[in-house]
Design a protein around this ligand. Structure first.
Ligand code: DAH
Length: 339
């Protein structure tokens, strides 16, 4: 019996020391100490040992078992450590590798320009409102004093949904919608998309954006218009910017004007940017026509107001010195990434 145990022990030690991984080690453990294991078999045969020899044999079996278990534990710990070390080596992070670029999106130049304009006007107490892009002919033309067959309609040819509904050619109809609400005074700007059946070129697009402005209150005069728009120009283009008003005609304002700003590149001397003029046209404006006020339910004897409208793309092109409007719509990352 003693010899048998000795043999089991030696064989176990050999097999354990030859185990190269945890799986194999477990197989060895099962083969010796498992239910059908060799040492377990010896334990089972203890009933055949004479009672006198039993304590001694029992002690021997226990010692064998303990030494095998100890060796199993030690080997297991060693194999686990080796496995962990290998894993750590394989998963090592090379901190010197260049990092992946994090491409954060950003705002379109149109949006940057719009937010700048909104910031300036909200700072002066204006509200930002919106109107529909698909608009009644009535709001887009008639209520703005552009009757059917008026030649001004030719300049703003658009896409007709039917006789009464068009894709708006200007943001001016939002003026009418605000006035019709009947809440006075009004101080609003209305940015939005407009449509015209224009051919695409460096300065035209069938779909572009405007920002409309409207102020209605008692005792509003042309001086208010001039002061407001001059201040706006200074905020947008810089402290030294001067403005000039040229008489013009719009059916919905009387008198009407176009506003030029001194070229912010040359300060008014004349350069390539302003085509030698020293001035750059940026918006149309005027005192709201009494007939327009009346059509929207406002008494022109009690109230007066001014309005203005500008092209958003034009502002963006000027401010960021972009020479072709089409670049704003092509969404080329190489272009957009510069702003
Ligand atoms: N709606 C005009 C256009 O598209 C621009 C404009 C001019 C708007 C004068 C106004 C204004 O509010 O007073 O050409």
């Amino acid at each position: 019996m003693k010899e048998k145990l000795q043999k089991i022990r030696e064989e176990a030690m050999r097999q354990i020391s030859e185990s190269k991984d945890l799986g194999r080690l477990n197989d060895v453990r099962v083969a010796i100490l498992g239910k059908k294991g060799e040492l377990t078999a010896v334990l089972k045969s203890m009933k055949d040992v004479s009672p006198e020899e039993r304590p001694l044999v029992g002690q021997l079996v226990n010692e064998t078992r303990e030494s095998i278990e100890r060796m199993l534990e030690e080997t297991k710990a060693k194999l686990e450590a080796a496995e962990l070390e290998l894993k750590l080596k394989q998963e090592v992070i090379d901190v010197t590798l260049p990092a992946k670029k994090n491409n954060v999106g950003h705002r379109h130049p149109n949006t940057i320009a719009l937010e700048e304009v909104e910031r300036i006007f909200t700072g002066m107490g204006y509200e930002v409102v919106e109107g529909p892009e698909v608009e009644y002919d009535y709001y887009n033309f008639e209520a703005l004093n552009i009757p059917a067959n008026h030649p001004a309609k030719d300049e703003q040819d658009t896409f007709y949904i039917n006789d009464k509904i068009v894709l708006r050619t200007q943001t001016s109809p939002v003026q009418v919608r605000e006035m019709e609400k009947g809440k006075l005074p009004i101080r609003m700007i209305a940015p939005g998309r407009v449509f015209r059946s224009d051919e695409v070129d460096a300065t035209h697009s069938p779909s572009f954006h405007q920002i409309e402005g409207l102020v209605i209150d008692r005792h509003i005069t042309f001086a208010d218009l001039k002061g407001t728009l001059a201040e706006f120009a200074r905020e947008l283009f810089g402290e030294d910017t001067k403005v000039k008003f040229r008489p013009h005609h719009f059916p919905f304002t009387e008198p009407s004007a176009e506003m030029d700003v001194t070229c912010f590149k040359c300060g008014g001397k004349g350069c390539r940017f302003c085509k030698g003029e020293g001035w750059i046209e940026i918006l149309g404006c005027g005192m709201v026509h009494p007939r327009v006020l009346k059509m929207s339910g406002i008494d022109p004897e009690k109230y007066s107001g001014f309005a203005f409208g500008m092209g958003l793309e034009r502002i963006a092109l000027l401010k960021y010195e972009i020479d072709d409007m089409r670049l704003l719509y092509e969404n080329d990352q190489r272009f957009l990434g510069q702003f």
